[in-house]
Ligand binder design. Structure first.
Ligand SMILES: CC(C)(COP(=O)(O)OP(=O)(O)OC[C@H]1O[C@@H](n2cnc3c(N)ncnc32)[C@H](O)[C@@H]1OP(=O)(O)O)[C@@H](O)C(=O)NCCC(=O)NCCS
Length: 188
């Protein structure tokens, strides 16, 4: 799916734009993801050395997202710099077409100033408007307090917990499964 570009401001007054990711963003999106994984490997399933996305794969993902009713790829831009991204990944399978999986990441030096809140606002409004979409799901490590607080503030609830699913160093961390019902329009 696609959404029109929207203008926003961070809590400290910096203007930024949220729009659908385009083919020309692929290189910067790749750098953005690589930087997040390298800086905070404990937040991501993929290890730095395992990160094997290419510009072609990123381009394919965002082009497919634009053409699919349950998928959406967004970037948050300050000037032409990517400061955040968020995505919905829908399924082509008939039995799963009512569900999309959410992902979000904000550049470390632009956190705590409303970028993720703005991205999820746009993304979830689009999800609520999407024909046939009923549920947005996500997975989050149980020790990722900032992300869990963000999701709960949008009404996501914990549906399940995969105990000790992720090994981080010598620790086994639970993987939480969270979901939001998007089958009804949001209250004002
Ligand atoms: C989680 C993440 C996306 C939040 O992005 P952000 O732009 O800093 O979030 P916002 O400033 O929009 O904050 C929105 C809400 O999230 C919660 N939140 C964000 N950071 C928080 C923190 N460090 N501690 C507690 N709550 C936090 C709060 O509820 C906040 O609302 P408030 O400011 O009114 O209290 C960001 O920390 C990030 O990219 N982390 C690394 C990648 C990651 O963990 N992604 C999720 C994987 S499942």
């Amino acid at each position: 799916m696609r959404v029109p570009p929207t203008k926003h401001r961070t809590a400290d007054g910096r203007p930024f734009t949220i729009r659908c990711a385009a083919r020309a963003d692929a290189g910067k999106l790749l750098d953005h993801s690589r930087t997040l994984i390298s800086a905070e490997p404990e937040r991501h399933v993929t290890e730095r050395e395992e990160f094997d996305w290419t510009v072609e794969a990123v381009t394919r993902f965002y082009e497919a997202a634009a053409a699919h009713e349950g998928s959406l790829g967004l970037v948050a831009l300050e000037g032409d710099e990517i400061i955040g991204e968020a995505s919905l990944r829908g399924s082509r399978r008939a039995k799963l077409r009512h569900v999309s999986e959410l992902g979000v990441g904000v550049r470390a030096d632009r956190r705590r100033c409303g970028v993720a809140r703005a991205l999820l606002g746009v993304l979830l409004d689009a999800a609520r408007a999407a024909h046939g979409l009923r549920k947005v799901t996500l997975r989050v490590f149980a020790d990722n307090a900032p992300a869990i607080a963000l999701y709960e503030s949008f009404g996501f609830v914990i549906e399940g917990c995969r105990k000790g699913q992720v090994r981080i160093g010598d620790e086994y961390v639970d993987d939480l499964l969270m979901a939001l019902d998007v089958s009804h329009p949001s209250q004002p």
